[in-house]
Design a protein around this ligand. Structure first.
Ligand code: FES
Length: 202
């Protein structure tokens, strides 16, 4: 009687066959130049590169992997923690920084792609004493836990530069890229409206 899983005339194990054929298929797929290219690519993905980032008016030399985001480098290499890791897709706006003057979410930018760009974080904003946006936020009690606040402050400053005479509706629309889980939107709109009325753009 035949043993299950064995063919007559040779020792045939189904599992061994599947493993063997898988290995052959993989070897065929990456044979020759393709295998070499795959090895090189793996090496590139793993390696770190030394780059210089221009952040808050100074050059910083950092070592980054290709997959690292600007947010990770700011927080874990440069110790600039105002931009927050809330959403890797940038939907919360909590990691908003200025890149060449434009508000962008650091969580969606690769650090390598930021070489040669001028990056400003909320730490640079808070070095202006007194800062009008921060003052307006305090005056209108526009924060609770404050986790979203640095992102909002950077976004408000950029918004007011482009729209110094914004209406209430424009302010509402202009800041819709940032989310506040504590729901202090009404107070933030008041703060920004105050800044527009006062002619202050932070
Ligand atoms: S103040 Fe808490 S998330 Fe905005």
């Amino acid at each position: 009687m035949k043993e299950p899983g064995k063919s007559s005339g040779m020792q045939f194990h189904r599992r061994a066959f599947l493993q063997g054929s898988g290995a052959v298929a993989a070897a065929t797929a990456i044979s020759g130049g393709a295998a070499e290219a795959a090895t090189k690519a793996a090496r590139v993905v793993r390696s770190k590169t030394k780059i210089t980032l221009h952040v808050n008016g100074a050059d910083h030399e950092v070592e980054v992997e290709p997959r690292e985001t600007l947010l990770e480098v700011l927080r874990y290499q440069l110790d600039l923690t105002a931009a927050k890791p809330v959403s890797s897709d940038g939907s919360s706006g909590a990691s908003t920084v200025l890149v060449d003057g434009k508000p962008m979410t650091a969580s969606t930018l690769l650090a390598l792609a930021c070489r040669g760009k001028k990056i400003e974080t909320c730490e640079a904003v808070s070095s202006h004493h007194p800062d009008k946006v921060c003052e307006a936020f305090v005056k209108h009690d526009s924060l609770q836990c404050g986790f979203c606040t640095p992102g909002f402050v950077v976004a408000v400053r950029a918004f007011l530069k482009r729209h110094p005479n914004a209406t209430r509706e424009q302010i509402r629309q202009g800041l819709n890229g940032n989310l506040c889980r504590c729901g202090t939107y009404a107070d933030m709109i008041e703060a920004v409206t105050d800044l527009v009325k006062g002619g202050g753009n932070g």
